[in-house]
Design a protein around this ligand. Structure first.
Ligand SMILES: [Zn+2]
Length: 489
């Protein structure tokens, strides 16, 4: 064998190894990323500014009733009779619950006035070991919370009593579910200063069948009917807060930052609330301030919620959402440009149109048509095998295979895809929250950022499928060339 042939064989082997690593490693890497995303707590520094205000908050109320209908989207909430009656008696709200739109973290913001980024509770689903510092329920001696299911959430915030209570309530979840409405009505009617009712049937129907389903509509009707009974039973002097913690996608799912999920309908009525014909936009941390003021509770010093009148006057849209800073955006732009540049230069001898990363564009098109812009509300973004996302990329993988067999360099498609992935990783804080901590540098946290965290999960699948197409071309190309030269001879 000549030196030349040995050299090209080595080059081929190295190329095959690199492509195999990309094709086989992209999904395990994606799985690890998703685990980091949902599996750990961690604060995110933000420069949120909700204005400076020193106006008075709500006056203390003798009784406060907080009803949270988990998973009730604004659209489904708009026409409900009992909910609308609360709004008509007081103030209608559009509440921005912040990001991510996950129940326990949103409730942490409701009871402490600190955003998900401040508390570091972002994708948390399991019960907190101790109530967060400054939680308002822990400051009310006779506070009571009842949960239709998932009692770990109400048990996290320092209520004096929570139900179901293992010492007196049915252990069987279905038996408790049947008893829940009557128990909730009795609690609301009691003289307790703070009663919180966490209704979960709507969220459960949303996960099982989606917000477009009849099961969801039925659960919404049932929750509103229960609200009507709670209101009728409650003390006349009670101040009512009724809200949701997030909406649901038509096919089910929540967690992302999209307004249909993040902005919910709320109604506040009772002593101190001037009935208003117009709806106001506020943030859940503002509502936390109102609840705490009504209870005479003291929120943590870094809670940013504004006094009631100030909050109603200034919507500050989206201000509590974390966003990548200018340096991060700049670095991401450079990485993307580098990837695109390397791709274009990979086939320097070819015409311009053949240097466009067509397979990458086809993958993005396929994903866009099937899933829209990536969102953490969309279950396929979390699926461990990523099969649904991968199927949307199959045409792109086939195109990458064809272009490879036609002699295109693997870099032409893969460099732009890897550049995009690197850019999205930077935008969602993956370098300092995920990658460096794996090497023992810095503190691990969830690489969570509106829009970009979901994009990373999707781009891992894009890299995987393009690498599969290109790798196949890399292996088949030499065989086909040999076959062709044989047939010619
Ligand atoms: Zn849910």
């Amino acid at each position: 064998m000549t030196a030349l042939r040995t050299g090209s064989a080595t080059r081929w082997l190295l190329g095959a190894a690199a492509l195999a690593i990309l094709a086989l490693g992209a999904n395990p890497a994606r799985k690890a990323f998703v685990r980091a995303l949902v599996g750990r707590d961690g604060q995110v520094p933000t420069d949120m500014f909700l204005g400076t205000s020193a106006g008075p908050g709500l006056a203390p109320a003798a009784r406060v009733r907080v009803v949270l209908i988990d998973g009730l989207g604004a659209a489904a909430a708009s026409e409900l009779p009992a909910l609308s009656a609360v709004c008509a008696a007081g103030q209608e709200l559009r509440i921005d619950v912040g990001f991510p739109t996950v129940s326990l973290p949103v409730q942490a913001a409701l009871w402490t006035g600190r955003t998900q980024q401040q508390s570091g509770l972002q994708y948390r689903a399991t019960q907190l070991a101790a109530p967060p510092p400054g939680a308002s329920p822990a400051q009310v001696a006779d506070s009571v919370a009842l949960a239709e299911s998932h009692p770990e959430i109400v048990r996290s915030f320092g209520f004096a009593a929570t139900r179901p209570d293992p010492s007196r309530d049915p252990e069987d979840p279905e038996a408790w579910r049947a008893a829940f409405p009557e128990q909730a009505i009795a609690a609301v009617a009691s003289p307790s200063r703070l009663v919180h009712v966490h209704v979960l049937r709507v969220d459960e129907a949303g996960h099982a069948a989606g917000a477009a389903s009849s099961a969801y509509a039925e659960a919404v009707r049932g929750a509103d009917e229960l609200l009507g009974r709670l209101r009728a039973a409650g003390p006349k002097d009670a101040l009512w807060f009724v809200l949701a913690d997030h909406g649901h996608r038509p096919a089910g799912g929540h967690g992302g930052e999209e307004p249909e999920i993040r902005i919910v309908r709320g109604c506040v009525a009772g002593p101190g609330i001037a009935p208003s014909p117009t709806s106001a936009s506020i943030h859940v941390v503002d509502l936390a301030r109102a609840v705490a003021d009504a209870l005479g509770a003291e929120l943590p010093s870094d809670a940013r919620g504004r006094p009631w009148a100030d909050a109603l006057a200034d919507p500050s849209p989206g201000v509590t959402l974390p966003r990548p800073g200018p340096v991060r955006v700049g670095v991401a732009g450079l990485l993307l440009a580098l990837g695109l540049g390397l791709g274009v230069r990979a086939d320097g001898t070819r015409k311009l149109w053949s240097r466009v990363p067509w397979a990458l564009l086809l993958a993005l098109l396929g994903l866009g048509v099937m899933f829209g812009w990536p969102s953490l509300s969309d279950p396929p973004v979390f699926a461990p095998r990523g099969l649904q996302l991968w199927l949307a990329c199959v045409p792109a993988a086939v195109l990458a295979l064809g272009l490879g067999l036609a002699g295109q360099s693997p870099r032409a498609q893969l460099a732009p895809a890897l550049g995009s992935l690197a850019a999205a990783l930077v935008l969602c804080r993956a370098p300092e929250a995920w990658l460096l901590p794996m090497l023992g540098v810095g503190e691990a946290g969830p690489p969570l950022m509106p829009r970009w965290s979901a994009t990373v999960s999707v781009l891992f699948v894009v890299v995987r499928s393009l690498a599969e197409g290109v790798a196949l071309a890399w292996v088949l190309g030499p065989l086909l060339r040999r076959l062709r030269s044989r047939t010619r001879a």
